[in-house]
Design a protein around this ligand. Structure first.
Ligand SMILES: *Cc1c(COP(=O)(O)O)cnc(C)c1O
Length: 497
């Protein structure tokens, strides 16, 4: 890369009418229509054209193209910029709508949500204060109330939209920390003694949050799980008592309703019981499992969630929403005060209008709620839930397919939509299963024919399918299994390294 030193201009150039024509205003409404439609058209064509989820290109090849672009020399025109974008991204993007994209918790997106995305970014409301949002604030509040109602959190519930599950978990743990300190009349001196209990299958954002919140390095205590990868309530009760006797203070138990790898759902009623007995905050991370809230057949899997103090939901995981769309819900709206700070220029303490910044970790904040709003207004919750149900049924069929295939070993079935498995070579090659599975995934990704995820369970390399696309058929899954077996066998035969 060469660094170019440019002479400093005596005076900055004044933007002419051409530059002002790039801003949205009454005079550019036609151009706005044209520009956005051109982008929509480009994406629609790509979506129709792709025959695989990925081209398999590596970061080095793309970095060369991206680094070669001189950002100080504009193209001056949307079409040229889109052409260039196709070269550096669109053509080689990872396409979640493709039936053989089976890797992470990325869903195909609902059309009404895409409509919402286009509208919300053009209007550009900011949800921090009423005077930057108007009705958008009330739309978000209705959706928070709707979600809290579905969760059954009771009349004092409240919450706020967030950027994602990680932020929601951080926010929940901040509230738990402050409530625990407040209840004990304690301040920061309590921090080194605070503990958070969660499952070994819990999300890594819990550890990250504990660090950000100034807790001790060993503050997150992971509790053993059973064969179905669920927290054992007896272990949690024992751990709560053990920590109390040791003079430590458990500020929260984080249960997971849909672990990232296994889709396992911790036993919420028993955990709620254990938390109530010790007056410990129960946070339920339902980033993945929240789709069950609208499932016509599986809502009961979330039973007990109504007893949580706080809940994370990721609409961008299981409600077919584009990134970002997530929320934190709390049972008692008063607990949200722990994120309330006032500024004279923004949200003075004597404000008489609803200012969502009083509840949020963010200040300027997107109107992400609009995507869910339009999805519910166009499709309705039952239709969203039926799609999620279809995905869960398909995952069950995929699990049965892997289980019946002698080339593979599969872990217990998920109540949600992951399938954790590995290619298991026969005979003496069994000892090379770990590198063979790693190789198979790498080779398949490089071919772009399909994408699966990888994880490590009990020290062994496993592969993971995450199904979130109703367009994925059992035949697609069968093809992916054949591809994996083919690559793994090539590796074992020494034909590939
Ligand atoms: C994905 C996930 C998160 C993190 O959510 P982001 O939206 O990616 O920040 C948290 N918890 C669980 C269980 C998840 O699956």
């Amino acid at each position: 890369m060469t660094i170019q030193v440019r002479p400093v201009a005596a005076a900055p150039p004044r933007p002419g009418p051409a530059a002002r024509g790039q801003l949205l205003h009454a005079g550019t409404a036609e151009a706005y229509r044209r520009v956005v439609l051109a982008g929509v058209d480009r994406v629609a064509r790509q979506v129709t054209a792709v025959d695989r989820p990925f081209t398999g290109i590596g970061p080095d090849a793309l970095a060369r193209r991206i680094d070669a672009i001189d950002l100080d020399r504009p193209l001056g025109d949307g079409t040229a910029a889109l052409d260039e974008l196709e070269e550096v991204w669109l053509r080689d993007a990872v396409w979640f709508h493709h039936p053989r994209y089976l890797a992470h918790l990325n869903c195909p997106v609902a059309l009404p949500a895409l409509l919402g995305e286009a509208v919300l970014s053009a209007v550009n409301s900011s949800l921090d204060t009423w005077d930057q949002s108007g009705g958008a604030t009330l739309v978000e509040r209705r959706l928070i109330d709707w979600t809290a109602g579905r969760l059954g959190l009771g009349p004092a519930a409240d919450g706020v939209f967030t950027s994602g599950g990680s932020q929601s978990n951080l926010h929940a743990l901040l509230l738990a920390r402050q409530e625990t300190c407040a209840r004990r009349g304690a301040g920061r001196e309590l921090l080194p003694r605070l503990r958070v209990l969660t499952s070994t299958a819990g999300h890594f954002s819990v550890r990250k949050s504990a660090d950000l919140l100034g807790l001790a390095p060993d503050a997150v205590v992971t509790v053993d799980i059973d064969a179905d990868r669920r927290l054992r309530p007896a272990e949690v009760r024992a751990e709560l008592a053990r920590r109390r006797h040791a003079g430590e203070v458990v500020m929260a138990v984080v249960a997971t309703a849909g672990t990232t790898d296994f889709g396992s759902i911790d036993p919420l009623p028993e955990l709620a019981e254990a938390c109530a007995a010790e007056r410990v905050w129960l946070h339920v991370d339902a980033a993945y499992g929240c789709g069950l809230l609208v499932s016509p057949t599986r809502r009961h899997l979330l039973a007990g969630v109504e007893r949580a103090d706080s809940v994370t939901v990721d609409f961008h995981k299981s409600f077919f929403q584009p990134v970002s769309s997530s929320a934190l819900l709390v049972r008692d709206r008063r607990t949200l005060r722990h994120a309330t700070y006032h500024a004279d220029y923004l949200n003075p303490a004597d404000a008489t209008v609803p200012n969502q910044v009083d509840k949020s970790l963010q200040t300027t904040r997107r109107f992400d709620a609009l995507k869910l709003w339009l999805t519910l207004r166009v499709m309705g919750p039952d239709a969203v839930g039926a799609l999620f149900d279809e995905v869960l049924d398909r995952a069950a069929a995929a699990w049965a397919l892997v289980g019946a295939d002698p080339r593979f070993e599969v872990l217990p079935r998920s109540p949600l939509s992951t399938v954790v498995f590995r290619h298991l070579p026969a005979g003496p090659d069994a000892t090379r299963a770990d590198p063979a599975n790693r190789y198979a995934r790498r080779a398949m990704t490089a071919s772009g024919a399909a994408m699966v995820a990888a994880t490590v369970v009990d020290g062994r390399q496993y592969l993971k399918l995450t199904l979130l696309n109703p367009e994925t058929t059992v035949t697609d899954v069968g093809r992916v299994l054949d591809l994996i077996a083919g690559h793994a066998e090539a590796y074992l035969e020494g034909g590939a390294r």
